[in-house]
Design a protein around this ligand. Sequence first.
Ligand SMILES: Nc1ncnc2c1ncn2[C@@H]1O[C@H](COP(=O)(O)OP(=O)(O)O)[C@@H](O)[C@H]1O
Ligand SMILES: [Mg+2]
Length: 563
Amino acid sequence: MKKQSKVIILLRMIKLVKPLTGFMIMAVFFGTMGFLAAEFIPILGGFAVINALGGNTCFSLKTIFILLPILAILRAVFRLSEQRTNHYIAFTLLAIIRDKVFKALRKLCPAKLEGKDKGDLISLITSDVELLEVFYAHTISPICIAIVTELLMCVFIGYFHPLLGVVAMAAYLSVGVLLPIIISKRSGTMGDDLRAKSGELSAHMLENIRGIDDTMQYSYGNVRLYEITEKTNELSKKQGLLSRLTGTNMALANTMILISDIVMLAVCALLYQNGKVGFDGFLIPLIALMSSFGPVTVLAALGTTLQSTVASGARVLAVIDEVPVTEDIAGKEETDFTGAKVQNVSFSYGNTDSETKIESNQSEVLKNVSLDVNKNKIIGIVGKSGCGKSTLLKLLMRFWKVNEGEINISNKNIEEINTDNLREIESYMTQETILFKDTIANNIRIGKLDATDEEVIEACRKASVHDFIMTLPNGYETEVGELGSTLSGGERQRIGLARAFLHDAPFILLDEPTSNLDSLNEAVVLKSLKESAKEKTILLVSHRQSTMRIADEVIAMDGGRVS
Ligand SMILES: Nc1ncnc2c1ncn2[C@@H]1O[C@H](COP(=O)(O)OP(=O)(O)O)[C@@H](O)[C@H]1O
Ligand SMILES: [Mg+2]
């Protein structure tokens, strides 16, 4: 992640508001008018007092009593309109930002999602984006509203005497600018720490739920319970600290306001004594200042959240900026499949930080690997677990880029083939079939969205899963639980195979497709594969000798080399 200065992050976040500038101006207008309406209620009261004492003002008592309820109603209407506009802006922007994040993730997959920071990504998509609501609904426009409102108040107060305007300006600046800076310094990363701790706790709880079987089996419960208590205690300690800090911040703000009021009182009295202002010039500016700290106290409260908002913004922007390991390719000539060739390929996962381009010296997974995949043949790859079989398939899918050597499909460098084209040519069955929360039929149709029922059934027969599906209560329309957890490993795997059969691509890459199958089902699947090979080319990774029976050629991989 590139480190950007906070100011740049803030500016970039603000720039995102551009399409909604009109709404932002409306929100600032409503907010300013709302505050002014509220502030002028006590100010008019001041005028009423002057009137009652026999002084002369520009308002008659009657006008004042008509104006007061109107101002009260306007206050409510403007405040509501401001809140609505602000939240409209915020949620529209969140939708835009989510869209950007998902687009970025689509480009970054699958390499990015293989990494260790999956949990982080989830919290980015959910809570970080969510937290930006605070920024767009409760930060930008309040700042603008405070500036406009308090400038107008300075002018109003300064109208009685310029010096009073200056005093008011100093008061607003100290509460609205100086105080947030002090508070933000004092709270430091506390908001962030709190979020990190609560993220840890929820990740831990999720793990507890997922791992309940293992926890019970090995009587690991007490340890996990102890960890929950630890994490909860840490969290509540942080929460306690933060709320105490918020309390002292409030006290600080109120003290500053009080001091400002006293200074104003002193200056007003001084000017009145010296005949520089009349009685109205003594009373009204004082009331005006006392009643007009609303907009700036909102800013003072921002001091505690701003740090974490910026941190969230930085994380979201970093994902949007991240350069994928492999960019999608488009605009090249379309290609049919005529065979694949792996030539002297070396590969290590290394450091994928595309900004620094620094390759960490992670050990090479593949060393100088070469192999030919001729059309309409079944090539088997065997090798110890961890020797790089799956990695080779991922390179053939161009999920990652080779470090050295090259991969050719149909005599073309894989880097020269349109990504969509490549996906049509290749059908890839991963080691772990993921099922979506949907019907079995729809889960299989992922392989070919417009497949007819007959095609789906045919694919399932080939994958030896049709009979099983027919025993289910609703057959093909049976709903699969989330992540297919209601099905056994072997059933899931055969559904994955059905998907691959349905996809009907000329080049099929299968990663351990029979690892969870009993020999009966394996035999059916292998027979189907063998038949498919009349018109298809299959690259078959497996550690099972029985599966390798159907291969035309078996290649052994060992420590990243083929032999
Ligand atoms: N996304 C990844 N990032 C870093 N290392 C990885 C990644 N995926 C796999 N590896 C490592 O690469 C090696 C080869 O993995 P893999 O190709 O899955 O082996 P096989 O399929 O032969 O069991 C292993 O040591 C594994 O830990
Ligand atoms: Mg593997």
